[in-house]
Design a protein around this ligand. Sequence first.
Ligand code: TMP
Length: 207
Amino acid sequence: MAKFITLEGIEGVGKTSNLNFIQQLLSDAGHDCVVTREPGGTALGESLRSLLLAHSDTQMSADAELMLMFAARAEHLNKVILPALARGQDVLCDRFTEATYAYQGGGRGLDLAKIGQLEHWVQGALRPDLTLILDAPVEVGRARAGRRSTPDRIETEQDAFFERVRAAYQQLAQQQPERICLIDAVPPLEAVQSSIEQSLRKYNILD
Ligand code: TMP
């Protein structure tokens, strides 16, 4: 059965290198895999991503931000994710709805029930088979991310925002251990990758 795997975490926790690593593991296990991202993954989704991350709209309301995330997600599900799963391909997605719970719920303080309503509307009962959350203290993420490109609109938030995002991610992992796994992203990359591989086996993704 095709698997839907998502990767999450605050900025600087190593999402990109670990996404490549997971893609390689899936490919070595003989899985055909589509790699994609949110917000984005479709022409409309990438346009919405540009709007969401641009610095031109610093006053964007939290509700508008929330609904744009789900608009991009609806398009992505219909055009990319659901067709790939129906064809028997795994889908490996850089962020999904757990990011909405963490950033718009935890970070912006939006009502989680509102997010739940949109989740139900857009996804029905569909949830990722496994969500891996790379976890590290905000200052560790900042130090690592600081070496890269200019921060986007959301990345320019204060540390307190990212503390709330991190806490929301931790809470999601605690509440849904049957499909959400928190990975300690502080150790060196090889150790993190070993934890990721163990989780993929534990949650029967590599079968
Ligand atoms: P990234 O995928 O390149 O890390 O950047 C996407 C940004 O969008 C990141 O700051 C997290 C944010 N985001 C949300 O706030 N809510 C969401 O639902 C998603 C998918 C991303």
